[in-house]
Design a protein around this ligand. Structure first.
Ligand code: PEP
Ligand code: MN
Length: 338
Protein backbone atom coordinates (compact mmCIF):
# COMPACT_ATOMS: atom_id res chain seq x y z
CA UNK A 1 0.00 0.00 0.00
CA UNK A 2 1.02 3.61 -0.45
CA UNK A 3 -0.31 6.66 1.36
CA UNK A 4 -0.39 9.87 -0.63
CA UNK A 5 -0.07 12.94 1.56
CA UNK A 6 -1.73 16.24 0.81
CA UNK A 7 0.67 18.75 -0.85
CA UNK A 8 0.26 20.97 2.22
CA UNK A 9 0.71 18.17 4.77
CA UNK A 10 3.00 19.26 7.60
CA UNK A 11 6.13 17.30 8.59
CA UNK A 12 4.38 16.43 11.88
CA UNK A 13 1.39 14.96 10.00
CA UNK A 14 3.73 12.88 7.85
CA UNK A 15 5.57 11.70 10.99
CA UNK A 16 2.25 10.69 12.56
CA UNK A 17 1.28 8.61 9.55
CA UNK A 18 4.68 6.91 9.47
CA UNK A 19 4.46 6.19 13.20
CA UNK A 20 0.95 4.72 12.86
CA UNK A 21 2.09 2.38 10.07
CA UNK A 22 5.32 1.34 11.78
CA UNK A 23 3.46 0.68 15.01
CA UNK A 24 1.70 -2.15 13.14
CA UNK A 25 5.07 -3.71 12.30
CA UNK A 26 5.45 -2.41 8.72
CA UNK A 27 8.38 -0.62 7.14
CA UNK A 28 7.97 2.73 5.40
CA UNK A 29 9.75 4.57 2.63
CA UNK A 30 9.17 8.26 1.88
CA UNK A 31 9.44 9.77 -1.58
CA UNK A 32 8.16 12.90 -3.25
CA UNK A 33 6.03 12.94 -6.39
CA UNK A 34 5.20 16.36 -7.88
CA UNK A 35 5.52 18.01 -4.47
CA UNK A 36 3.45 15.36 -2.68
CA UNK A 37 4.97 13.01 -0.15
CA UNK A 38 4.24 9.36 -0.82
CA UNK A 39 4.59 6.92 2.08
CA UNK A 40 5.41 3.49 0.68
CA UNK A 41 4.57 0.56 2.95
CA UNK A 42 6.35 -2.78 2.69
CA UNK A 43 7.30 -5.79 4.74
CA UNK A 44 5.00 -7.75 6.97
CA UNK A 45 2.82 -6.43 9.75
CA UNK A 46 -0.66 -6.43 11.21
CA UNK A 47 -3.61 -5.51 9.02
CA UNK A 48 -3.81 -1.83 8.12
CA UNK A 49 -7.18 -0.18 7.78
CA UNK A 50 -7.14 2.02 4.64
CA UNK A 51 -10.26 3.82 5.87
CA UNK A 52 -8.65 4.89 9.16
CA UNK A 53 -5.36 5.82 7.49
CA UNK A 54 -7.24 7.75 4.79
CA UNK A 55 -8.81 9.90 7.48
CA UNK A 56 -5.64 10.81 9.33
CA UNK A 57 -4.77 14.54 9.17
CA UNK A 58 -2.77 15.43 6.05
CA UNK A 59 -3.64 12.23 4.14
CA UNK A 60 -5.04 12.71 0.64
CA UNK A 61 -5.48 9.09 -0.44
CA UNK A 62 -4.38 5.50 0.03
CA UNK A 63 -3.73 3.03 -2.76
CA UNK A 64 -3.02 -0.69 -2.85
CA UNK A 65 0.04 -1.80 -4.87
CA UNK A 66 -1.41 -4.53 -6.99
CA UNK A 67 1.85 -5.66 -8.58
CA UNK A 68 3.79 -8.54 -7.07
CA UNK A 69 6.90 -6.42 -6.71
CA UNK A 70 6.33 -3.62 -4.19
CA UNK A 71 9.54 -1.82 -3.25
CA UNK A 72 10.84 -2.10 -6.79
CA UNK A 73 7.71 -0.52 -8.26
CA UNK A 74 7.21 3.06 -9.40
CA UNK A 75 4.02 3.22 -7.37
CA UNK A 76 5.99 2.61 -4.17
CA UNK A 77 8.61 5.19 -5.10
CA UNK A 78 7.48 7.54 -7.91
CA UNK A 79 10.78 9.40 -8.19
CA UNK A 80 13.85 7.93 -9.91
CA UNK A 81 16.32 6.31 -7.56
CA UNK A 82 19.61 8.19 -7.78
CA UNK A 83 22.66 7.20 -5.73
CA UNK A 84 26.38 7.71 -5.45
CA UNK A 85 29.09 5.15 -6.00
CA UNK A 86 32.35 6.85 -5.02
CA UNK A 87 32.42 10.01 -7.11
CA UNK A 88 29.91 8.63 -9.67
CA UNK A 89 26.18 9.41 -9.58
CA UNK A 90 23.93 6.67 -10.92
CA UNK A 91 20.47 7.46 -12.29
CA UNK A 92 20.77 11.16 -13.04
CA UNK A 93 21.04 12.77 -16.48
CA UNK A 94 24.69 11.81 -16.87
CA UNK A 95 25.05 8.23 -18.09
CA UNK A 96 27.25 5.78 -16.23
CA UNK A 97 29.67 3.76 -18.31
CA UNK A 98 31.14 0.63 -16.79
CA UNK A 99 33.93 -0.77 -18.93
CA UNK A 100 36.73 -3.30 -18.64
CA UNK A 101 37.64 -6.87 -19.35
CA UNK A 102 35.31 -9.82 -18.94
CA UNK A 103 37.90 -11.45 -16.67
CA UNK A 104 40.81 -10.04 -14.75
CA UNK A 105 43.75 -11.91 -16.30
CA UNK A 106 46.90 -10.11 -15.16
CA UNK A 107 48.14 -6.90 -13.56
CA UNK A 108 49.28 -5.50 -16.91
CA UNK A 109 46.05 -6.39 -18.71
CA UNK A 110 43.86 -4.83 -16.04
CA UNK A 111 45.87 -1.65 -15.42
CA UNK A 112 46.33 -0.98 -19.10
CA UNK A 113 42.58 -1.42 -19.68
CA UNK A 114 41.64 0.67 -16.64
CA UNK A 115 43.73 3.62 -17.86
CA UNK A 116 42.44 3.28 -21.43
CA UNK A 117 38.75 3.15 -20.53
CA UNK A 118 39.17 6.05 -18.12
CA UNK A 119 40.84 8.07 -20.87
CA UNK A 120 37.89 7.29 -23.16
CA UNK A 121 35.44 8.57 -20.53
CA UNK A 122 34.30 5.47 -18.60
CA UNK A 123 33.06 6.12 -15.09
CA UNK A 124 33.60 2.67 -13.52
CA UNK A 125 35.82 -0.34 -14.11
CA UNK A 126 34.47 -3.86 -14.55
CA UNK A 127 36.40 -7.12 -14.31
CA UNK A 128 35.46 -10.62 -13.24
CA UNK A 129 37.58 -12.27 -10.54
CA UNK A 130 35.11 -15.12 -9.94
CA UNK A 131 33.78 -16.27 -13.31
CA UNK A 132 30.60 -18.27 -13.92
CA UNK A 133 31.64 -20.39 -16.90
CA UNK A 134 29.46 -22.81 -18.82
CA UNK A 135 32.31 -25.33 -18.81
CA UNK A 136 34.14 -26.34 -15.62
CA UNK A 137 37.28 -26.64 -17.77
CA UNK A 138 37.23 -22.98 -18.83
CA UNK A 139 39.19 -20.28 -16.97
CA UNK A 140 37.41 -19.71 -13.65
CA UNK A 141 39.02 -16.39 -12.73
CA UNK A 142 41.97 -15.26 -10.60
CA UNK A 143 39.68 -15.19 -7.57
CA UNK A 144 41.09 -13.25 -4.60
CA UNK A 145 44.20 -12.30 -6.56
CA UNK A 146 41.86 -10.78 -9.16
CA UNK A 147 40.11 -8.77 -6.45
CA UNK A 148 43.47 -7.41 -5.27
CA UNK A 149 44.31 -6.33 -8.80
CA UNK A 150 40.95 -4.60 -9.14
CA UNK A 151 41.64 -2.68 -5.93
CA UNK A 152 45.03 -1.70 -7.32
CA UNK A 153 43.41 -0.48 -10.56
CA UNK A 154 40.94 1.61 -8.54
CA UNK A 155 43.85 3.09 -6.61
CA UNK A 156 45.62 3.96 -9.86
CA UNK A 157 42.64 5.43 -11.73
CA UNK A 158 40.03 6.40 -9.14
CA UNK A 159 37.43 4.32 -11.01
CA UNK A 160 34.99 2.42 -8.74
CA UNK A 161 35.05 -1.36 -9.22
CA UNK A 162 32.21 -3.61 -10.44
CA UNK A 163 32.83 -7.32 -9.99
CA UNK A 164 30.73 -10.46 -9.76
CA UNK A 165 30.00 -12.47 -6.65
CA UNK A 166 28.79 -16.01 -7.24
CA UNK A 167 27.95 -17.42 -3.84
CA UNK A 168 26.56 -16.17 -0.51
CA UNK A 169 29.70 -17.43 1.24
CA UNK A 170 31.88 -15.11 -0.88
CA UNK A 171 29.83 -11.92 -0.44
CA UNK A 172 31.82 -10.69 2.56
CA UNK A 173 35.13 -11.27 0.77
CA UNK A 174 34.13 -9.65 -2.54
CA UNK A 175 32.55 -6.72 -0.68
CA UNK A 176 35.93 -5.85 0.87
CA UNK A 177 37.23 -4.99 -2.61
CA UNK A 178 34.20 -4.15 -4.74
CA UNK A 179 32.27 -0.89 -4.99
CA UNK A 180 29.45 -2.69 -6.82
CA UNK A 181 28.53 -6.36 -6.39
CA UNK A 182 27.46 -7.87 -9.70
CA UNK A 183 24.89 -10.67 -9.68
CA UNK A 184 25.33 -12.59 -12.92
CA UNK A 185 22.55 -13.74 -15.22
CA UNK A 186 23.01 -17.35 -14.09
CA UNK A 187 22.48 -16.34 -10.47
CA UNK A 188 19.57 -13.94 -10.84
CA UNK A 189 17.29 -16.33 -8.99
CA UNK A 190 19.81 -17.54 -6.43
CA UNK A 191 17.74 -16.29 -3.53
CA UNK A 192 20.35 -17.00 -0.85
CA UNK A 193 22.77 -14.84 -2.82
CA UNK A 194 20.20 -12.07 -3.32
CA UNK A 195 19.51 -12.05 0.42
CA UNK A 196 23.23 -11.96 1.19
CA UNK A 197 23.93 -8.96 -1.08
CA UNK A 198 20.78 -7.30 0.26
CA UNK A 199 22.19 -7.56 3.78
CA UNK A 200 25.57 -6.23 2.69
CA UNK A 201 24.18 -2.79 1.83
CA UNK A 202 26.58 -2.28 -1.07
CA UNK A 203 25.42 -1.16 -4.52
CA UNK A 204 24.35 -4.09 -6.72
CA UNK A 205 24.30 -4.60 -10.48
CA UNK A 206 21.57 -7.20 -11.02
CA UNK A 207 21.73 -8.88 -14.41
CA UNK A 208 18.62 -10.30 -15.98
CA UNK A 209 18.63 -14.08 -16.22
CA UNK A 210 18.82 -15.38 -19.76
CA UNK A 211 15.26 -16.64 -19.69
CA UNK A 212 13.89 -14.41 -16.97
CA UNK A 213 10.76 -12.38 -17.52
CA UNK A 214 10.64 -8.70 -16.60
CA UNK A 215 8.63 -9.67 -13.54
CA UNK A 216 11.21 -12.31 -12.54
CA UNK A 217 13.90 -9.62 -12.70
CA UNK A 218 11.89 -7.16 -10.63
CA UNK A 219 11.06 -9.86 -8.08
CA UNK A 220 14.79 -10.66 -7.83
CA UNK A 221 15.42 -6.94 -7.19
CA UNK A 222 12.66 -7.07 -4.56
CA UNK A 223 14.71 -9.60 -2.56
CA UNK A 224 17.62 -7.16 -2.36
CA UNK A 225 15.41 -4.14 -1.64
CA UNK A 226 13.54 -6.04 1.09
CA UNK A 227 16.72 -5.83 3.20
CA UNK A 228 16.67 -2.05 2.97
CA UNK A 229 19.40 -2.01 0.30
CA UNK A 230 18.00 0.38 -2.31
CA UNK A 231 21.15 0.82 -4.37
CA UNK A 232 20.26 -1.62 -7.13
CA UNK A 233 20.86 -1.25 -10.88
CA UNK A 234 18.85 -3.47 -13.23
CA UNK A 235 20.84 -4.78 -16.19
CA UNK A 236 19.39 -5.93 -19.51
CA UNK A 237 22.05 -8.22 -20.96
CA UNK A 238 20.13 -10.07 -23.63
CA UNK A 239 17.89 -13.08 -23.38
CA UNK A 240 17.89 -16.47 -25.07
CA UNK A 241 15.58 -16.66 -28.04
CA UNK A 242 15.01 -19.31 -30.70
CA UNK A 243 17.60 -17.68 -32.96
CA UNK A 244 21.12 -18.05 -31.62
CA UNK A 245 22.78 -18.77 -34.97
CA UNK A 246 24.29 -15.31 -35.48
CA UNK A 247 24.26 -13.70 -32.05
CA UNK A 248 24.79 -15.08 -28.57
CA UNK A 249 21.60 -13.55 -27.14
CA UNK A 250 18.89 -11.09 -28.18
CA UNK A 251 18.97 -7.63 -26.63
CA UNK A 252 15.45 -7.01 -25.35
CA UNK A 253 15.08 -3.34 -26.21
CA UNK A 254 11.50 -3.39 -24.86
CA UNK A 255 12.91 -4.12 -21.42
CA UNK A 256 14.53 -0.69 -21.16
CA UNK A 257 11.45 1.59 -21.33
CA UNK A 258 9.37 -1.08 -19.59
CA UNK A 259 11.69 -1.29 -16.60
CA UNK A 260 11.91 2.51 -16.45
CA UNK A 261 8.12 2.67 -16.33
CA UNK A 262 7.52 -0.16 -13.89
CA UNK A 263 10.39 0.64 -11.55
CA UNK A 264 12.28 3.61 -10.10
CA UNK A 265 15.60 1.75 -10.26
CA UNK A 266 18.32 2.73 -12.77
CA UNK A 267 18.63 0.55 -15.86
CA UNK A 268 21.95 -0.43 -17.41
CA UNK A 269 22.34 -1.86 -20.93
CA UNK A 270 24.91 -4.59 -21.59
CA UNK A 271 25.45 -4.71 -25.36
CA UNK A 272 28.43 -7.07 -25.01
CA UNK A 273 26.66 -10.14 -23.60
CA UNK A 274 23.49 -9.22 -25.47
CA UNK A 275 25.17 -9.71 -28.84
CA UNK A 276 28.32 -11.74 -28.24
CA UNK A 277 29.81 -10.16 -31.37
CA UNK A 278 32.19 -7.20 -31.29
CA UNK A 279 30.84 -5.35 -34.30
CA UNK A 280 27.29 -5.24 -32.93
CA UNK A 281 28.25 -3.84 -29.54
CA UNK A 282 28.33 -0.18 -30.60
CA UNK A 283 24.94 -0.10 -32.39
CA UNK A 284 23.22 -1.94 -29.55
CA UNK A 285 24.83 0.36 -26.97
CA UNK A 286 23.43 3.30 -28.93
CA UNK A 287 19.99 1.68 -29.09
CA UNK A 288 19.97 1.01 -25.34
CA UNK A 289 20.78 4.62 -24.52
CA UNK A 290 18.26 5.90 -27.08
CA UNK A 291 15.61 3.72 -25.39
CA UNK A 292 16.28 5.39 -22.04
CA UNK A 293 18.95 3.32 -20.26
CA UNK A 294 20.84 5.16 -17.52
CA UNK A 295 24.15 3.67 -18.53
CA UNK A 296 25.94 0.74 -20.07
CA UNK A 297 28.43 -1.98 -19.23
CA UNK A 298 30.87 -2.85 -22.00
CA UNK A 299 33.66 -5.42 -22.26
CA UNK A 300 37.02 -4.02 -23.35
CA UNK A 301 40.37 -5.82 -23.69
CA UNK A 302 43.88 -4.80 -24.81
CA UNK A 303 43.96 -7.76 -27.19
CA UNK A 304 40.46 -9.24 -27.50
CA UNK A 305 41.54 -12.22 -29.59
CA UNK A 306 43.78 -13.37 -26.74
CA UNK A 307 41.17 -12.87 -23.99
CA UNK A 308 40.58 -15.82 -21.65
CA UNK A 309 36.83 -15.19 -21.77
CA UNK A 310 34.38 -13.39 -24.05
CA UNK A 311 37.03 -12.20 -26.51
CA UNK A 312 34.58 -12.28 -29.45
CA UNK A 313 32.47 -9.60 -27.83
CA UNK A 314 35.27 -7.52 -26.30
CA UNK A 315 36.22 -4.20 -27.87
CA UNK A 316 39.73 -2.89 -28.49
CA UNK A 317 40.60 0.43 -26.83
CA UNK A 318 40.14 2.16 -30.15
CA UNK A 319 36.72 0.63 -30.70
CA UNK A 320 35.65 1.60 -27.19
CA UNK A 321 36.77 5.21 -27.74
CA UNK A 322 34.72 5.25 -30.95
CA UNK A 323 31.69 3.80 -29.14
CA UNK A 324 31.91 6.52 -26.48
CA UNK A 325 31.89 9.20 -29.15
CA UNK A 326 28.91 7.73 -30.94
CA UNK A 327 26.94 7.06 -27.77
CA UNK A 328 27.72 10.64 -26.77
CA UNK A 329 25.74 11.87 -29.80
CA UNK A 330 22.77 9.69 -28.85
CA UNK A 331 22.99 10.86 -25.25
CA UNK A 332 22.70 14.45 -26.40
CA UNK A 333 19.70 13.62 -28.57
CA UNK A 334 17.86 12.23 -25.53
CA UNK A 335 18.88 15.12 -23.23
CA UNK A 336 21.57 13.24 -21.41
CA UNK A 337 25.34 13.43 -21.26
CA UNK A 338 28.13 10.91 -21.04
C1 PEP B 1 29.96 -10.97 -17.27
O1 PEP B 1 29.57 -9.82 -16.98
O2 PEP B 1 31.09 -11.23 -17.68
C2 PEP B 1 28.96 -12.07 -17.20
C3 PEP B 1 29.34 -13.31 -16.93
O3 PEP B 1 27.73 -11.64 -17.49
P1 PEP B 1 26.31 -12.44 -17.52
O4 PEP B 1 26.07 -12.84 -16.11
O5 PEP B 1 25.38 -11.40 -18.03
O6 PEP B 1 26.48 -13.60 -18.45
MN1 MN C 1 31.75 -11.64 -19.98
Amino acid sequence: MIIIMHPEASPAQIDNVVAAVEAKGWQTHLSVDHGQTVVGIAGQGQRLDPFLLGHMPGVLDTMAITRKFKRASRTFCPEDTIFEIGNVTVGDSRLVTIAGPCSVESREQLLETAHAVKEAGASMLRGGAFKPRTSPYSFQGLREKGLELLAEAREATGLPIVTEVMSPQKVALVAIYADVLQIGARNMQNYDLLNAVGEMHKPVLLKRGMSATIEDLLMAAEYILSHGNNRVMLCERGIRTFDNRYTRNSFDINAVPLLKELSHLPVIADPSHATGIRRYVEPIAMAGIAAGADGMIVEVHPNPDQATSDGEQSLTFEQFTHLMERVGHIAQAVDRSI
